[in-house]
Design a protein around this ligand. Structure first.
Ligand code: NDP
Length: 272
C-alpha cells in the first residue's frame, strides 16, 4: 500500500498539487498516493481526523484552512510559528507536526530560479493574509534593507509589521506609497483572482526591479501586465507553487525532488 497524502481545502478542484507530487514521487522512486480532499467550510478538523483514521500520513492545506491547521498542529516549526499559519501537516503517532513552506518556496523561486538575490533590496509585500504572513519571516531572513507591507485594510498590515519591526519591517496603505521605489514588489493579495489590481502609484518600480505575483495562471495577471508596462521584470507564482510543494515533500519523505523539470512541465501546460 502506498503512503497516503492529500491537499485539503475548499475549493481544491483547480489544484495542480496532485500532478506535482506524482511527478516528485516518480522522480525520487517514492511509493505515495496524493489526492484532493474537499472539506466542508465548517468541517476541517473532522475531515483531517477521518483522513488520519484511514492511515493518511500528511496533508497540504490551502484556503481557507491554514489558520485552523495551525491550531490543530501539536508541534510547529519555527517558520510556521512565525507565520501563525500552516500549509503542511505531518502525522506521526499522536503528534501532528505543522510547517509552513510557502515563504521558503517563494524565496527559493526568487533567489535560485529567478537569480534575484534579496539581500540589501527594498521589498514591497502587498497583502496581509495567509500568504503574506508565510512569506514575511523567510524574506526577512535574506536581509533585505527594508520590507514594507501594504494592505487594503491598513490595520492588518500594521499588526503584521509590528511583530517584525525589529528586523526593519514597516507597514502602510497604498496611498502612502507615492514617491517610493522598490526593487522587489510581491503581490500576495487575492486581487489577481478577481482580475483586480491593487491601487499602485506610478514610479513604484526601481530600475532592474522584479515584480512577483504569487498567483499562477496561463495569462499574466493585471498586476504583472501593469508592472511590465512600468518597465519591471515579471514572474508569476508557478515556481513558488512547485518549490513549496518540494519543501513539503522533503518534510514528509526526507528527499528533495529536482524542481526544474517539474516547473518546466507545469509551464508547458502538461498538468491537469
Ligand atoms: P487571504 O484571503 O488570506 O488574503 C487576501 C489578501 O488580499 C488580504 O490582504 C486582502 O486584503 C487582499 N485583497 C483581496 N482582494 C483585494 C483587492 N481587490 N485589492 C487589494 N487587496 C486585496 O489569501 P492568501 O494570502 O492565502 O492568498 C493570496 C494570494 O496568494 C492568492 O492569489 C493565492 O492564490 C496566492 N498563493 C500562492 C501560492 C503559491 O504557491 N504560488 C501559495 C499561497 C498563496 P484585506 O486584508 O483588506 O482583505
Amino acid at each position: 500500500m502506498p503512503d497516503r497524502y492529500a491537499l485539503i481545502g475548499n475549493p481544491v478542484a483547480h489544484s495542480f498539487s496532485p500532478s506535482i507530487h506524482a511527478e516528485f514521487a516518480r522522480q525520487t522512486g517514492q511509493d505515495i498516493e496524493y489526492a484532493r480532499l474537499l472539506a466542508p467550510l465548517d468541517g476541517f478538523a473532522a475531515a483531517v481526523a477521518q483522513f488520519r483514521a484511514q492511515g493518511g500520513k500528511g496533508l497540504n492545506v490551502t484556503l481557507p484552512f491554514k489558520l485552523e491547521a495551525y491550531q490543530l498542529a501539536t508541534q510547529h516549526t519555527e517558520r510556521a510559528a512565525h507565520a501563525q499559519a500552516v500549509n503542511t501537516l505531518k502525522f506521526e503517532g499522536d503528534a501532528v507536526f505543522g510547517d509552513n513552506t510557502d515563504g521558503a518556496g517563494l524565496v527559493r523561486d526568487v533567489e535560485i530560479n529567478l537569480e534575484f538575490p534579496i539581500v540589501a533590496m527594498r521589498v514591497l509585500l502587498m497583502g496581509a493574509g495567509g500568504a503574506a504572513r508565510g512569506a514575511l519571516s523567510p524574506l526577512l531572513e535574506k536581509k533585505p534593507v527594508t520590507v514594507v507591507i501594504a494592505n487594503r485594510t491598513v490595520a492588518k498590515a500594521h499588526q503584521l509589521a509590528r511583530r517584525f519591526s525589529h528586523l526593519g519591517c514597516s507597514a502602510c496603505g497604498y496611498d502612502e506609497l507615492v514617491n517610493r521605489q522598490f526593487d522587489l514588489v510581491i503581490n500576495a493579495t487575492a486581487a489577481s483572482i478577481a482580475g483586480d489590481l491593487p491601487p499602485l502609484p506610478p514610479g513604484l518600480f526601481a530600475p532592474r526591479s522584479l515584480a512577483y505575483d504569487m498567483m499562477y495562471g496561463r495569462e499574466p495577471t493585471p498586476f504583472l501586465k501593469y508592472a511590465r508596462e512600468q518597465g519591471a521584470r515579471i514572474a508569476d507564482g508557478g515556481g513558488m507553487l512547485v518549490e513549496q510543494a518540494a519543501e513539503s515533500f522533503l518534510l514528509w519523505r526526507g528527499v528533495r525532488p529536482d524542481t526544474a523539470p517539474v516547473i518546466a512541465r507545469l509551464r508547458a501546460g502538461e498538468f491537469l
